[in-house]
Ligand binder design. Structure first.
Ligand code: PEP
Length: 241
C-alpha cells in the first residue's frame, strides 16, 4: 500500500505560502516522488491556485472540510463538488477542531464523507479520543464508537486518520505500543485496503518510528506541514511503495 503523507495547513497560508511548496519541489529535484502520495490541504482560498500549479508536479491537493449538501443556502460553506471543481482530490472530514468548534457529530461526519465520495473526492475521516478517555482506559471504546458513527455506508474509497485530540498541536504523542494497538483495532473494524493515517504532533524527529508501525499507512501533519524544511523529512520518512 502506498503511504499517504497529508499536510493540514488549517487556517494558515496566503498566496505567498506557495514558496513552501516551491521549496519542497526544489528538495525533490523537480517533482515529487511517485512511491508515496503527498497531499497538501491548504485553506479553501488556495485550493484552486495550488491544484492548478502543483498537480502536475506530483502533489495532490485537498480541502479541510466540506458541506454534506451539494449546493444551497449555506452561507460561508463549501461543497464537495466545489472542491472537486477547484481541483481537489481529497477532503478532510471530522477533524477534532471541526467537531469541537462547530459541534459536528458522527452523523454529520458520515454525511460529509458520503458527499465527498459522491463528488469524486476521497474523504479522510478523522477520529480520536480526548486525554481523559485515554487516561481512563476508554480510548478504544471512544474510537470504536466514532468509527461506527462516522464511517460512510456508501463510499468505497476513504482514508481514516487516527488523531488523539490531546496530541494535536501539543508536542505529545501516544507511545508506539499505543499507536500500534489503536491502528490494529481500527484495521479490524475496516478493510485491508483502507489507509489508516496517524496524526498528532508528527515531527521530523519522530516520523520514522511512527510511520514504521504496523497498519500506519501514512500521517496527517498539522504544524510541521507548513514549512518545507520540516515537511520534507517527514515525507521521506514514510516507507516507499
Ligand atoms: C492536525 O491538525 O491534524 C495535526 C495533526 O496537527 P499537529 O501535527 O500540529 O499536531
Amino acid at each position: 500500500m502506498k503511504s499517504l503523507i497529508a499536510g493540514n495547513w488549517k487556517m494558515n497560508g496566503l498566496g505567498a505560502s506557495a514558496a513552501e511548496i516551491e521549496a519542497l519541489i526544489a528538495q525533490f529535484d523537480g517533482s515529487a516522488p511517485d512511491d508515496r502520495d503527498i497531499l497538501i490541504c491548504p485553506p479553501a482560498t488556495l485550493v484552486n491556485r495550488f491544484a492548478s500549479a502543483y498537480s502536475d508536479e506530483g502533489f495532490l491537493i485537498g480541502g479541510q472540510d466540506c458541506h454534506a449538501k451539494s449546493a444551497g443556502a449555506h452561507t460561508g460553506d463549501i461543497s464537495a463538488a466545489m472542491l472537486a471543481d477547484a481541483g481537489a482530490a481529497y477532503v478532510i472530514v471530522g477533524h477534532s477542531e471541526r467537531r469541537a468548534d462547530h459541534g459536528e457529530s458522527d452523523a454529520d461526519v458520515r454525511a460529509k464523507a458520503e458527499a465527498a465520495f459522491g463528488a469524486g473526492l476521497t474523504p479522510i475521516i478523522c477520529v480520536g479520543e480526548m486525554e481523559a478517555d485515554r487516561t481512563a482506559g476508554r480510548a478504544l471504546d471512544i474510537v470504536g464508537a466514532q468509527l461506527d458513527g462516522s464511517l460512510p455506508e456508501t463510499a468505497e474509497d476513504f482514508v481514516i486518520a487516527y488523531e488523539p485530540v490531546w496530541a494535536i498541536g501539543t508536542g505529545l504523542t501516544p507511545t508506539i505500543a499505543d499507536i500500534d494497538e489503536m491502528h490494529d483495532f481500527i484495521r479490524g473494524r475496516t478493510r485491508a485496503d483502507i489507509r489508516i493515517l496517524y496524526g498528532g504532533s508528527v515531527k521530523p524527529g519522530n516520523a520514522k518510528e511512527i510511520l514504521a508501525v504496523n497498519n500506519v499507512n501514512g500521517a496527517l501533519v498539522g504544524g510541521a506541514s507548513l514549512k518545507a524544511a520540516d515537511f520534507y523529512p517527514i515525507i521521506m520518512a514514510a516507507p516507499g511503495a
